[in-house]
Ligand binder design. Structure first.
Ligand code: ADP
Ligand code: ZN
Length: 526
């Protein structure tokens, strides 16, 4: 190491201590700060809570000029700026919530070199006025936060992000650092490609969050199950309950409140004032349970969220990881809990089928959903599965439900054959409920109406309960043996993959059905 680098390291450490009050860098922070301060480009993949902000804040302070932070999270800019002001950093933001006078004042400060950091919303940055302003100012670096928003396949896609490659063209000598907590291989490539980060060094931190305990249970009555879970394991704790629809958010929040939990709703359909008020209470108070759609959470910095619960299946592992990652940012034990059932599989598949997107997009979404289902149905360590998805390896963790309480599997070949034949016998024209009735020999009106008590498979599944059959059907759908035809009243159909199983050439191993039990308090030590 030469003297200059030594110097830089010492300066960075000095800023870390004197400005931010921390004694040492974490993980790869020191290396990233060093590279960017020297003018290099970086792509930083670090889990939520990993400490991404310092990676651009310190270089902004060490380099001449102002650090320009591009962030889609307008709602958080004020907090970020306030926090920086508190430690004596000259920071400001430019976004659509300001009056003309306010932004003019910030623009003057920018031009005169009176700012260390400025946060800018991407749509604002792209205006000719703003780009001209930046050209007239001295810029230390560009930090592109939440860089996964550039990915068209991701769930946070922002069209304005695509245009950020313009920064490279107009400011070729200004270093750029792109940061995200989403890091599957495809998104990574897409960020590098779309932002033209050809010469950027990639920093990939471990995505393991060892203090989070992953748990995925069979859904019976989701609301009741989440209430049991909160009461038995998280009384008085702050947490987030994710639901798919706004309606379900409202209903669940109300149900929890009726049962004595301080729950508040949050979704994009609520008026801005109420939403902000609920968010503020969640951040400030100790034991609020936020019931929310995925509109809630990006960038929320609350260290002591003790649990994240999902009442509906996320669309992808990236989504699941990002949402569960909001738990336990302080490093203390936290739970990621999810209730999952047949309906989730059917619903998510339907949402893909019915979306207006083109076929390529649907295919990618289908692959992502399959990976998510694989995580739900796995017989092995969940953490291992998660990390493998992000290209990282790990041993079985000992801190997830499948490690703590290994699920039993069974040879389900005969059961699945019974199911598949029944679907075939009713001409692949009926939905789950009816197929299971025929299989179990239930004399429903519909069975009588269609004379399905006459088919050869009527009642051959009477040895198992409806819940067991639903679990078998769910796994058969997840495995791609059965498809749900949303254009034909959700009729169950056999796929090509079903043939070898029906013919007896292929065995199927499934997770044994476990009756949902009232959750017991488990040791909360990770
Ligand atoms: P991210 O943006 O990656 O989610 P943040 O930058 O918000 O994470 O950092 C998460 C938390 O960790 C913050 O409270 C931050 O102050 C703290 N932190 C970051 N780096 C360090 C460090 N080197 N030492 C101690 N605390 C740190
Ligand atoms: Zn495990």
């Amino acid at each position: 190491m030469n003297n200059r680098q030594d110097d830089l390291g010492a300066q960075a450490l000095h800023v870390l201590e004197s400005v931010f009050g921390y004694s040492s860098f974490r993980g790869e922070q020191a290396e990233i700060v060093d590279l960017v301060t020297r003018g290099g480009d970086a792509l930083v993949l670090m889990p939520t809570g990993g400490g991404k902000s310092l990676c651009y804040q310190i270089p902004s302070l060490l380099r001449d000029g102002v650090g320009v932070v591009i962030s889609p999270l307008i709602a958080l800019m004020q907090d970020q700026v306030d926090a920086l002001a508190e430690v004596g950093v000259r920071a400001a933001f430019l976004n659509s919530t300001q009056t003309f006078e306010e932004s003019s004042r910030i623009e003057r400060r920018l031009r005169s070199g009176d700012l260390d950091l400025v946060y800018v919303a991407p749509e604002r940055l792209m205006t000719p006025r703003c780009l001209d302003l930046l050209e007239a100012s001295k810029i230390a670096l560009f930090a592109i936060d939440e860089a996964h928003c550039v990915s068209q396949w991701g769930h946070d896609f922002r069209p304005e992000y695509i245009r950020l490659s313009i920064l490279h063209e107009r400011f070729p000598n200004v270093p750029r650092i792109a940061l995200t907590a989403t890091a599957d291989h495809q998104t990574r490539e897409e960020i590098a490609h779309r932002l033209q980060l050809d010469n950027a060094r990639m920093f990939v931190s471990s995505f393991d969050r060892p203090n989070i305990r992953y748990q995925i249970v069979e859904k019976a009555n989701g609301r009741k199950q989440v209430l049991d879970f909160i009461e038995s394991e998280h009384a008085g704790d702050a947490g987030i309950v994710y639901c798919l629809s706004r309606k379900k958010v409202e209903e669940t929040a109300e149900f929890l409140r009726e049962n004595g939990i301080s729950a508040l709703p949050y979704h994009a359909g609520m008026d801005f004032a109420t939403r902000s008020k609920n968010q503020a209470r969640f951040l400030r108070e100790e034991s609020i349970v936020m019931v929310a759609t995925i509109a809630f959470g990006m960038g929320i910095d609350k260290p002591d969220v003790r649990f994240v619960a999902h009442l509906d299946l996320p669309k992808s592992i990236e989504g699941y990881y990002q949402e569960t990652g909001r738990a336990g940012r302080d490093g203390a034990a936290a739970n990621a809990w999810m209730a999952y059932g047949l309906q989730d599989v059917v619903q998510q598949r339907r949402m893909i089928d019915e979306s207006e997107a083109d076929e390529t997009f649907k295919r990618v979404q289908g692959v992502k959903l399959d990976a998510m289902l694989g995580l739900c149905e796995t017989l092995h360590c969940r953490r291992q599965r998660l990390l493998t998805y992000f290209g990282q390896s790990s041993a079985p963790c000992g801190n997830c439900d499948t490690c703590l309480n290994p699920p039993r599997s069974f040879d389900a070949t005969v059961a699945v054959q019974k199911l598949l034949s029944t679907i075939y016998r009713v001409d692949q024209r009926f939905g789950a409920m009816h197929v299971l009735d025929v299989l179990r020999g239930v004399d429903s009106d519909k069975v009588k109406q269609w004379q399905h008590d006459q088919v050869s498979t009527f009642g051959i599944g009477s040895d198992r309960s409806e819940a067991e059959w639903r679990a078998i059907l769910r796994q058969s759908i997840a495995l791609g043996l059965v498809a749900v035809d949303h254009e034909a009243y959700s009729a169950l159909k056999l796929t090509d993959a079903a043939r070898p199983v029906l013919k007896g050439g292929e065995k199927v191993q499934l997770r044994e059905y476990q009756k949902p039990v009232k959750s017991r308090r488990t040791s909360s030590k990770p």
